[in-house]
Write a protein that binds this ligand. Sequence first.
Ligand code: ADP
Length: 465
Amino acid sequence: MKVLSVTSECVPLVKTGGLADVAGALPAALAGQGVEMRTLLPGYPAVMAAVGKGKIVAKFPDLFGGSARLREGALGDSVLYALDAPHLYDREGAIYAGPGGADWPDNPERFAALSWVAAEIAQGAVKGWSPDALHCHDWQAGLAPVYLRQAGSDVPSLLTIHNIAFQGLAPATRLADLRLDQAGMNVEGFEYWGQISALKAGLTHATKISTVSPTYAAELMRAEYGFGLDGVLRWRRGDLSGILNGIDLEAWAPPYRNAKGKAKAKAALRERLGLPEADGPLCIIVSRLTEQKGIDLVLDALPHLLGLGGQLAVLGSGDRRFEDALRRAADDPNVSVTIGYDEALSRELMAGGDAILVPSRFEPCGLTQLYGLRFATIPLVTTTGGLADTVIDASPLAMRAGVATGVQVHPVDAEALRVALSRLDALYRNETAWAQLQKNAFNADVGWGASAASYAALYREMTGR
Ligand code: ADP
């Protein structure tokens, strides 16, 4: 089985969020399932630097305003196709936005080009390797199933939703520029309230749809979570499934084996951040600082945590107002705030923290709670999306049964968060209970095994192979 993964980000080359981790981990995870996955990625500067003068395997003289080449490189043990299109990707700044922080105005074309080339590869553009199916990630790859349909190709496609809040909207006037047929500009196609939606295009044209947890799959069919696309998902519910993300167990192996080692990591973290000794748990956050992630709730509940004798260490960046409020909160000696993106520090936090707070309003899967489990850093989570599917609340029943791995917050508000923090603190102060939680977290199955098998089964269903 040959599958082309079509993605706008991928570790270790480019990352803004969880999609990058997933896209980077899938090829190796699927190799064990008899699936040969290759990855198509835009040729941003970091990608071109890695691929260098890699062999040219296809040429596109006119790709949305310029000429482009497809170059072959490596992603671990798998093949990477970098779309070398300087007019679209050779830019300073972040991958979706310019140095000023605003989205690139031609983002619709930049990712239409990615989708176009994916459809071309599906139709044989690369000599010697044609995929049996496309695996498209998020809106950036959403037009690929449309281009396949427009070309009359019957290569099946899977669209995976990593976050439905990002939809890739473009004004209807760009229809021809995006090489889309007028015939699709309707409610059953890619039209979204008068605009073109690349995500909706994928949802209406892909053979199958998946998202990154079973709970998020169910939530997406409800108006509160569907961002206007819940109706489309209800319509396609027969083709929709939820497959949990895993994490790379080797890349995310904790630097210790037991509680003693973890205590050492905690001491080192305290020293690095300048945090004093404390009676309560050291809580960490590694996150985009946005409303989705419930950062406002954490700010509200912070005095309560400090009152319990707890501490907070935050690493993240995002909305200005949250960055500013957190900086102010860091005036308290028991609060440490680092604004920025820092993979090494994120690992030190995971290793040294007692608990990780993830009080998201919605969370398709969430990866940081999985890292938390892997590092025996107890997750405190809301009961939405993948958070609900991966953390077992330390209820009296679950504690007696010996299966609890964390603490749940319900409903999603500051009062519930305060209650949950009190519960966390009480568990932390009960040595036996805490040791049990740490052991269960440490032993939780957070790898890719089961999910890779589910994807492979889905590809087989799509292709009939
Ligand atoms: P999302 O994709 O919504 O941002 P996820 O939990 O799925 O959330 O994935 C976020 C990924 O980004 C995780 O791998 C997390 O460790 C990482 N991350 C987020 N913020 C930072 C940061 N400031 N520094 C380092 N890593 C970060």
